[in-house]
Design a protein around this ligand. Structure first.
Ligand code: FAD
Length: 496
């Protein structure tokens, strides 16, 4: 069986350079890697919030976390604050990490639900170390809370994705990746089997390869233009189709979390970096004009804007087949879901990991390709359901947009999940779905979906003991959060 000898990556955005860096590290000894990108075309230029799995990716590459933060002007992210989603002026956190500590056979939150049913006024987020630290703007790297079985803080980053791509470029080039500057203007298919034979550049250079990775962003030059892989449109579930992005000057304390504030026909992100705040308004063009959306964004900035606002149009959805013949689409070329839970960079990372797991030889087993596509579709669909939940579970009546979202028909996979939760708070993580029950729980409770009951096992422990258990945990998280240094001190010390 002959190995792949030449991998050609088209596109040098976050997707292209993440792919190049990981393939160079793992497959480098087997195969030459060439990346073509066009400075003239540039990158999408947004994408600043990540989830904790990014740390594993950096570890795989052997990158030092403080250096990543320094190079990307990054800050720490402990979760996302959602405001105005369930109802106007309501607010909750989707904090990373655990909630409380499971007791016996039942999940921790079943005891919390029991207390709630008994009328105790207790916040779910009192039992999240991340949430407690986030509220105080504190952060230190802590693996465990000393003297307890409790985990420490779970973090991700806010960073400048353009700087991250540049950093990975330096790293990849050191590992032998060859970068070509140029605009691809033709893709040549093999006349017998329809696979990609080569890509041609404007200067007439022809680049042949065995495996092609399409990282050309929304253009999807290979997977769409050349191979015609079908795009499944999910606008009927996730109605936002545009974003306006604008950076502004830093203001106020350096928050260790992203803000996602719902507006009249969409929502606004606020992502604090070391040198600026990234802002954007994601909205539905069927409910609000570009001018109005821009005006809403500009009147809700914490500092003076530092660039012109940029409009980006998109269609939420995914390609039914991310891998066709000898071409794999990674990044925006394969699909896009709005950055509400900061999942796009993670989707790049997991596509790379899936590609490495199913890395082909020159025969390109169709069974393996099908498996790659099945796993990719499952991952996209489960994230899609989680995002839809944020829109569906709202009791806002102030605009047509929110009323229509509350009325929309949702996928059966999601309605089953919600209904099961409504009964006795049962939540299950399906297979390898990205978001854990703790993530789902925070959004369900944060958007006021309350179960009728709780797990009967929570009744096997006396109520006073449960009360003490929860109170002790609450005190520990509060005490430990108060001991932490500030987020800005952490950044000054280790990352600036
Ligand atoms: P791009 O950055 O567009 O790169 C495409 C590359 O292909 C470029 O190098 C370009 O030059 C090259 N190219 C295109 N055509 C040609 C050609 N003909 N010849 C040669 N080269 C070519 N993700 C997150 O995880 N968190 C976020 O907070 C987040 N926020 C987002 C907000 C918005 C509004 C949008 C739209 C996306 C956001 N994303 C976010 C997604 C994130 O930006 C992307 O997943 C990430 O940047 C990867 O993009 P990409 O590399 O696929 O595409």
């Amino acid at each position: 069986m002959e190995n792949i000898q030449h991998i050609v990556i088209v596109g040098g955005g976050t997707a292209g350079w993440m792919t190049a860096a990981a393939l160079a590290k793992i497959i480098g000894p087997l195969s030459k890697i060439t990346l073509v990108e066009s400075e003239q075309i540039g990158t999408v230029g947004v994408g600043e919030a990540t989830i904790p799995s990014i740390r594993l990716f950096n570890q795989l590459l052997g990158l030092d976390e403080n250096e990543v933060l320094r190079k990307t002007k990054g800050t720490i992210k402990l979760g996302i604050e959602f405001t105005n989603w369930g109802r106007l002026r309501s607010s909750y956190l989707h904090a990373f990490g655990n909630l409380g500590l499971d007791l016996g056979m039942a999940k921790f939150y079943q005891y919390w639900l029991k207390q709630k049913h008994q009328g105790r006024d207790c916040s779910l987020w009192d039992y999240s170390f991340n949430a407690q630290a986030a509220r105080l703007n504190r952060f230190e790297r802590i693996e465990h809370i000393e003297g307890t079985p409790l985990s420490g803080l779970t973090h991700a980053f806010h960073f400048d994705a353009g700087l991250y791509a540049r950093y990975l470029r330096e790293h990849s080039e050191k590992q032998g990746v060859v970068r070509l500057e140029g605009k691809v203007n033709r893709v040549t298919l093999n006349s017998e089997d329809g696979s990609i034979e080569s890509v041609s550049l404007e200067n007439n250079d022809i680049i042949k390869g065995d495996l092609f990775i399409d990282c050309s962003g929304f253009k999807a030059l290979l997977i769409d233009d050349a191979l015609k892989s079908r795009y499944e449109d999910w606008t009927h579930y996730l109605p936002c189709d545009r974003a306006i992005a604008v950076p502004c000057e830093s203001a106020g304390e350096l928050l260790p979390y992203t803000k996602a504030t719902a507006r009249s026909a969409g929502w606004q992100w606020r992502i604090p970096l070391q040198h600026r705040i990234g802002n954007g308004h994601v909205f539905s063009s069927s409910y609000i004009s570009d001018d109005e959306a821009q005006a809403q964004l500009m009147s809700n900035l914490d500092g003076a804007p530092t660039a012109e606002p940029k409009l980006i149009k998109f269609t939420t959805g995914m390609r039914r087949e991310a891998w066709v013949k000898n071409c794999v689409a990674i990044g925006l070329s394969n699909g896009f879901m709005e950055p509400l839970e900061s999942t796009s960079i993670h989707l790049i990372q997991s596509a790379i990991s899936r590609l490495l797991t199913l890395f082909p030889n020159k025969e390109f087993s169709q069974l393996e390709i099908d498996e790659f596509n099945r796993q990719t579709a499952f991952e996209f669909e489960s994230i899609r359901d989680f995002l839809i939940l944020h829109y569906k579970a709202n009791s806002r009546t102030d605009t047509d947009f929110w009323r229509d979202c509350a009325d929309m028909t949702i996928p059966e996979s999601l309605s089953n999940k919600i209904e099961l939760f409504r009964e006795n708070g049962r939540l299950f993580r399906n297979n390898d779905e990205l978001f854990t029950d703790v993530g789902w729980l925070q959004v369900l409770i944060g958007q006021e979906i309350s179960p009728k009951g709780f797990h009967p096992i929570a009744d096997t422990i006396e109520a006073v003991k449960v009360d003490k258990y929860l109170d002790d945990l609450k005190q520990i998280f509060k005490r430990e959060a108060n001991k932490l240094g500030s987020h800005s001190d952490f950044i000054t010390r280790y990352a600036s």
